[in-house]
Structures are given as C-alpha cells and as structure tokens.
Design a protein around this ligand. Structure first.
Ligand code: FAD
Ligand code: UDP
Length: 366
C-alpha cells in the first residue's frame, strides 16, 4: 500500500517535502490558505509587466551543493550578486560596512591593515557577546552602531538591539576589504524564470494534489489525512495554548515608476535613520528584466499582520521551547520550516531542512 501525507503550506518547506515524497511514491495532498504556491517567495508580473516579489525581495544564495542540485531540477539560474547601500545623512554608503564605507564616511584613505586597525581602535569589546547590540559594538563601536544599526533594528523589530539575540546582527559581516556584495556564498543566482515558475515545476507531479485557498483549520481532524507535515506557525497549530508567539510582520508598498529605467544604483537601499520603511528594493536589479519603467517595494515593519519573521529574543525562545515540547510528542505530525520551527532561516536553510525531513519520513516507512 502506498503511503500518503497531508502537507500544510506550499512554501519552500511544504513544496520540497511534497516533491521528495511524491518521487518516493507517496500520495501527497498539499494545501495552502493563500491563493498561490511559493509561500513568501511567490513572485508575479505586476500590472505593468515587471516581475516583482509580492512579499518582499528574495535573493537566493547558498553554500549547499545538495540544495542547489535539488532546486536545479526545476529551474535554470541567472547569476546575481546582491548589493546594498545604507543612507546616512542623505548619502548612500556601501553596506555591510567595508573599507570604502569607512573611507567615504570619515574622509580617510585606509588600506586593508588600516581598516583593521581602525575597527580595533573604535570597537567596544564585549565579553560575552550575547545580544545584537554586543555583536555590533564589539566589532565596529558606537558611532557606526548608531549610524547603521541602532535605528534600523528598532524599526525592523520594534525592539532594542540589546533585546535581540546575537544571531540577528551577526547576519551582517564587517569587512576590511572593499567587497560590497551583501552575501559571500559560493552560489548566488536567481531562478531564471522566477520563483513561482520553479515551484510550479516542483509541484507538477502525478502524485501531488494541490488545494489553494484551503486553511488547515477547515480540514484538521478529518479522518484519513495520514501523516501531517505542518509548515505554518507552530503556536497556531496548538491553538495558541501557551499564548501567541511573537512574529514580526511587514506592510509592503509596491510602486511602479513609468519611464524610469533605473531608480537606484543597487538592488536595495537601506534607510536606517529616515522614513517609516526600512528599505527600498528595485526588482529589475534582481531579475535583470528589461523594461521602460521600474517597480520597487518599500517595507514597513509592523507588529500585526501575516507572520514573516520569528523574533529571536530570550522571551520568545522560551515560549517556543514550550510549543516545541508539545510538537516533539506528536508522532503523526512533522513540523518543518521558518514558522513551524520558529527559526530565522534563509530559503536554502529551509530547503535543506525539508530535504532532511522528507528523508526521515521515507526511511521510517522503509
Ligand atoms: P512560508 O514561505 O511562510 O510558507 C508557509 C506557507 O504556509 C504559507 O504559504 C502560508 O500561507 C501557509 N500556511 C500557514 N498556515 C496555514 C494554514 N493554517 N493552512 C494552510 N496554509 C497555511 N530568504 C533568503 O534566502 N533570501 C532572501 O533574500 C530572503 N528575503 C526575505 C525577505 C522577506 C521580507 C521575508 C519575510 C523573508 C525572506 N527570506 C529570504 C526568508 C524566506 O522567505 C524563507 O526562508 C522561506 O520562504 C520560508 O519558507 P517556508 O516554507 O518555511 O515558509
Ligand atoms: N540591520 C541593520 N541595518 C541595516 C541592515 C540590517 O541594523 O542596514 C540589522 C537589522 O537588525 C536586521 C538584521 O541586521 O534585522 C539582519 O539584516 P538582513 O538584511 O539580513 O535582514 P532580512 O533581509 O532578513 O530582513
């Protein structure tokens, strides 16, 4: 008898598990409450014909050969290295902070050793490095912290950097060289025809049945669902029995600018100290699309709304642990993905986790 599985969520976590199990001969029913596949990586052509990411800019980067090989079955790639600049007092500087940032900001002419010596002089050593404030002060000191990090972080999370775990700010490196790429992974490329097209191919399998606009709450408890793979928020699965886990949300303000071929010099401009939004991304940089106009998105952080980011703080981690204990006791449910595992994962990390989860399920049935 073939195995069957019921998957909640058609983002990376749910779709990767779906395909792996379908390839192994399982019958897969995949539901998403949204009217589309792809989860937060969903992209679409806007009313002006520009390919945009509905839920904010998604740039693919990975060091994992396994993840790359899996995804490459469903897409070709367009090489793209993301670049970001941060605006301080009306001027845009390379970000993450590198040697050029220091030289331009302070009117210096540092070489690599000079930049290392500069950080050594201005840094505010912290031991232990526990919070995001510690991370930044420890590496670049107070002035750069206040210019680039403090207000951006307050805006993005509604918290002080001292309330956030070290891992949040540790996503951003500090450089003594002039590398102005946002990421340094060995593989940095965008799906050639977009994320949605890649998901369509991933889910195009005779063993996979996709039902969109279907909320798990409508079907849970029905007999014969089989094993459940759940990729939504973990607290919602347990009816928020310990209280709601905090997730940070965003409001996306999309805009098309006709007859502006290029608005920004780089894909994303960050605004740590101005505006209610954190950053503006211009999609044509990411996709390489040619168009007479351009489409951008501004991201406004907010507490209410769709859950986009788990909040890495001591309090939320403690609450998550209580839900995780419940989850560990569910033999007929697998929790996987950014919301279900309450982890600030990038796309490739979610794919790696989903491949591993599918393997465990297959092995358990073998
Ligand atoms: P999701 O994509 O959130 O998918 C979960 C799905 O479950 C959703 O479609 C949801 O509708 C569905 N669902 C939830 N509850 C239910 C229910 N009760 N019933 C039915 N369906 C349900 N990563 C990168 O690697 N690079 C980037 O540049 C990058 N940029 C990002 C920018 C933003 C603004 C955000 C928010 C994230 C970004 N990420 C980026 C992270 C990336 O989005 C995630 O790692 C990845 O999409 C998570 O996939 P997932 O399947 O775990 O979750
Ligand atoms: N950050 C900051 N200033 C910036 C960019 C990032 O202070 O100009 C901090 C902020 O706390 C942010 C974190 O670094 O949440 C991680 O940034 P990243 O760009 O990785 O965030 P994401 O793309 O996941 O929203």
């Amino acid at each position: 008898m073939s195995s069957s599985v019921f998957i909640v969520g058609a983002g990376f976590a749910g779709s990767v598990v779906a395909r792996e199990l379908a390839d192994a001969g399982w019958n897969v029913r995949l539901v998403d409450k949204r009217p589309h596949i792809g989860g937060n990586a969903f992209d679409e052509f806007d009313a002006h014909g520009v390919l945009v990411h509905r839920y904010g800019p998604h740039i693919f980067h990975t060091n994992s050969v396994r993840v790359l090989e899996f995804l490459s079955k469903f897409t070709n790639w367009r090489p793209y290295e993301h670049r970001v600049r941060g605006v301080i007092d009306g001027r845009a500087y390379p970000f993450p902070i590198n040697r050029d940032t220091l030289n331009e900001l302070y009117g210096l002419d540092l070489n690599e050793e000079g930049a290392a010596a500069f950080y050594e002089k201005v840094r505010d050593p912290r031991d232990p490095v526990r919070t995001s404030e510690d991370v930044v002060l420890n590496s670049v000191g107070r002035d750069l912290y206040e210019k680039f990090f403090l207000n951006y972080t307050r805006k993005q999370w509604g918290l002080e950097p001292s309330q956030l775990k070290a891992g949040v700010a540790a996503r951003i490196p500090t450089r003594t060289n002039t590398d102005d790429r946002y990421f340094t992974d060995t593989f940095q490329s965008m799906p050639a025809e977009g994320y949605t097209r890649m998901f369509e191919r991933m889910l195009d399998h005779p063993n996979i049945k996709v039902e969109l606009g279907t909320d798990f709450v409508e079907v849970r408890g029905k007999p014969d669902l089989g094993h459940v793979v759940y990729t939504g928020p973990i607290d919602a699965y347990f009816d928020h029995c310990f209280g709601a886990l905090p997730y940070r949300s965003l409001r996306f303000e999309h805009e098309h600018l006709p007859n502006v071929a290029q608005l920004q010099s780089v894909g994303t401009i960050n605004y740590p100290n101005d505006h209610a939004y954190t950053r503006i991304t211009e999609f044509k940089h990411l996709t390489g699309q040619l168009h007479a106009g351009t489409s951008i998105v501004r991201e406004y952080p907010q507490a209410e709304g769709d859950p986009y980011y788990p909040i890495p703080s001591d309090d939320s981690e403690a609450l998550f642990k209580r839900y995780q204990t419940l989850a560990d006791g569910q033999t007929d449910v697998t929790f996987v993905g950014r919301l279900a595992e309450y982890r600030y994962y990038n796309m490739d990390q979610v794919v790696a986790g989903a491949l591993a989860a599918a393997r465990r399920l297959i092995d358990a049935r073998a």
